[in-house]
Design a protein around this ligand. Structure first.
Ligand SMILES: Cc1ncc(COP(=O)(O)O)c(C=O)c1O
Length: 415
């Protein structure tokens, strides 16, 4: 057994990081240990405060330690924490009804994460293809996608550096450039069952599907008898200022996947589907924890809060203010090439590979940002970020840019 620095009494960030280094399969993260959070802010073990503009990678939708989440956890944990899908339990039925009432979908399957939701959607597409397209099983995804890290979802993601150590990969995945209808049409053949896209590619740097593209893909899928599936793991549940991201494009997929913000910080995912695509039968798919009463009670209350408290309005207002502020910053700061995104999923594109430096300087200035790559900074704060907090964040980001003469460092990039 490896010895560690475990000892009683208060520990510094360095003490905790020594434990991590002794015990974890390696990961890369900045050298501070976050101990608590409240609203849009978190504090490390040294008591330093940070305004959190990444929110656990677009997860903590109502802010850190939201009273809504705390109350749901307390009430439900006193009642029933886990029972499995051998039996009915009430919060999962309430959450299912809520999601169906506020979406074009008819059926749901609950799971525990984004990758699991996508894995479920991919299995659904394969079964649908067997039944409806002579055994077709192929899935077309977009270049620069991110769909998760299980074997099937990492294959759908298609990034060579994520897959090279894990071959052989599942068959049947093809990638096409986003926003290129001709390429998509060329890629479809008799083996194709579905097209699977993110409305906005969050992990690769907030790359947007154009308005026309998603509509054309929907029409094409309908005409060709293909499933149209959207990965709404990052864009769903309010992040773009609509409950589902696809509402912004005026399209409805046959299947969508959800996770991240759905649970406001607790792990839950869902596959939602229209009746014609919801082909799972008993025994086809399953999950011990999926639909767990504790997680579903939280998700039920998070979604209810979002709908009843104009959180979507806040996302639109504060998202626009933040984007305008970043665009104004771009006028002063030659390093900034452009700003893009919708609602509270935004990216700042730089003209040089300095995004990790800005993230590091942001930490020093007390703001948490995320570099999705060397030139791209992503912002995905809590959906409850206030206008005053957005102003404060802009000041801190501007200060980080103004200090860029500090030596360059390598920082973690993304998921
Ligand atoms: C669009 C999208 N799909 C799937 C995933 C995977 O979700 P998880 O990390 O919960 O497995 C992510 C995570 O970043 C995502 O952004």
């Amino acid at each position: 057994m490896t010895s560690t620095v475990v000892r009683s009494g208060p520990k510094s960030s360095a003490d905790w990081i020594a434990i991590e280094q002794a015990t974890f399969m390696p990961n890369r993260r900045p050298p501070m240990v976050i101990e608590r959070g409240q609203g849009s802010r978190v504090w490390d073990v040294e008591g330093r405060e940070y305004l959190d503009l990444i929110a656990g990678i677009a997860v903590v939708s109502l802010g850190h330690s939201s009273p809504v989440v705390q109350r749901a956890l307390a009430d439900q944990s006193a009642r029933l924490i886990h029972i499995s899908n051998l039996y009915y339990s009430i919060p999962q039925l309430e959450l299912a009804q809520l999601l169906m009432d506020h979406s074009p979908f008819d059926k749901v399957f609950f799971c525990n994460s984004g990758a699991e939701a996508n894995e479920g959607a991919l299995k659904l597409a394969r079964k649908w293809g067997k039944r409806n397209r002579n055994g077709a099983f192929g899935i077309i995804t977009a270049e620069h996608a991110f769909h998760g890290r299980t074997l099937a979802t990492v294959t759908a993601t298609g990034k060579e550096s994520y897959t090279r150590s894990f071959t052989p990969l599942p068959e049947g995945f093809k990638q096409v450039p986003l926003n290129d209808m001709d390429a998509l049409e060329r890629a479809v053949d008799a083996t194709t069952a579905a097209v699977f896209l993110e409305p906005i590619q969050g992990e690769s740097g907030v790359h947007m599907s154009t308005q026309d593209y998603l509509r054309d893909v929907r029409d094409f899928c309908r005409d060709q008898g293909l499933l149209f599936m959207l990965d709404e793991v990052q864009t769903g549940i309010g992040r773009l200022g609509t409950l589902f991201g696809f509402e912004r494009w005026g399209v409805e997929p046959d299947i969508a996947t959800l996770a991240k913000g759905l649970g406001g910080g607790v792990p839950i995912g869902a596959v939602v589907a229209k009746d014609a695509a919801a082909v799972f039968e008993p025994g086809d798919h399953g999950s011990t924890f999926g639909g767990n009463p504790l997680m579903c009670a939280v998700a039920r209350d998070v979604v209810t809060y979002i709908l009843e408290n104009d959180v979507l309005g806040n996302v639109n207002r504060v998202g626009s203010a933040l984007k305008r502020g970043l665009e104004a910053m771009a006028q002063q700061q030659p390093l900034i090439e452009s700003v893009r995104g919708e609602g509270l999923l935004l990216a700042v594109e730089l003209r040089a590979e300095r995004a990790p430096d800005i993230v590091r300087l942001g930490i020093e200035e007390g703001v948490l940002l995320n570099a999705t790559g060397p030139t791209t900074i992503r912002l995905a704060p809590p959906l409850t970020l206030s206008e005053a907090e957005a102003e404060e964040a802009l000041d801190k980001i501007a200060r980080a840019f103004s200090r860029l003469d500090a030596p360059e460092v390598t920082q973690p990039t993304s998921t």
